[in-house]
Design a binder for this molecule. Structure first.
Ligand code: HEM
Length: 177
């Protein structure tokens, strides 16, 4: 049995990361998003960009902390035989933990698409040098990128809420898969 303080620290960091990721996503989606509709479009765009810049730092910190603290939790606190006895696929707890890790990978993949593909498109400035047609095409590309950011953010929130359910089923039962 590993020292209790390691379990406490692991659980503390895991829950802190979950609270930051899920709480932050809910605040962005249900509070900041709707409030932006009451602001003129140009200002709303700046507000969205600046708040997303800051929120992405929290997102990536949480995504990095989750597997580290989760593994520490697993090795220090959980009854590991519940997960590993007879192979990780053969127990409900094992399948639940694998599903959590797979869904975490989905959050990372979506986060990478938003950070490295879609956000640079949103941040690019329209220039008049290419003419009206080019500026129009660029605005369309930015609007498509904004739509995809919003879709992926919603998918991430649903995925994260499912992982919270899986985590709770693991902490207070034998997993649900
Ligand atoms: C690779 C990624 C992850 C690993 C290895 C992992 C590992 C674990 C483990 C082993 C537990 C159970 C501890 C116990 O038996 O008491 C747990 C609990 C939990 N996990 Fe994760 N996890 C990961 C990602 C996530 C993500 C992405 C979320 C949600 C966004 C999440 C939310 C939770 C919650 C809410 C609990 C229950 C905590 C409690 O009530 O004590 N986990 N996790």
């Amino acid at each position: 049995m590993t020292a209790t303080w390691v379990s406490v620290l692991a659980a503390y960091l895991h829950l802190l990361a979950v609270a930051t990721y899920v709480g932050g996503s809910i605040a962005m989606e249900l509070i900041l998003g709707p409030a932006q509709r009451f602001v003129p479009p140009a200002q709303a765009q700046i507000l969205a960009q600046k708040s997303a810049d800051r929120f992405l730092v929290l997102v990536w910190s949480s995504l990095a902390l989750l597997p580290a603290s989760g593994m520490l939790l697993f090795f220090s606190l959980s009854d590991q035989s519940l997960v590993t006895s007879g192979g990780i696929f053969s127990t409900g707890a094992g399948r639940t933990l694998l599903a959590m890790m797979a869904l975490w990978a989905v959050l990372v993949a979506n986060g990478a698409v938003i950070t490295f593909v879609l956000r640079p498109r949103l941040a690019s400035r329209t220039s008049a040098s290419g003419g009206r047609a080019a500026a129009g095409a660029q605005l369309q590309a930015m609007s498509r990128a904004a739509t995809w950011v919003s879709r992926l953010t919603r998918v991430d929130l649903v995925v994260a809420l499912v992982v919270v359910l899986l985590g709770a089923s693991l902490a207070y039962g034998n997993g649900i898969l």
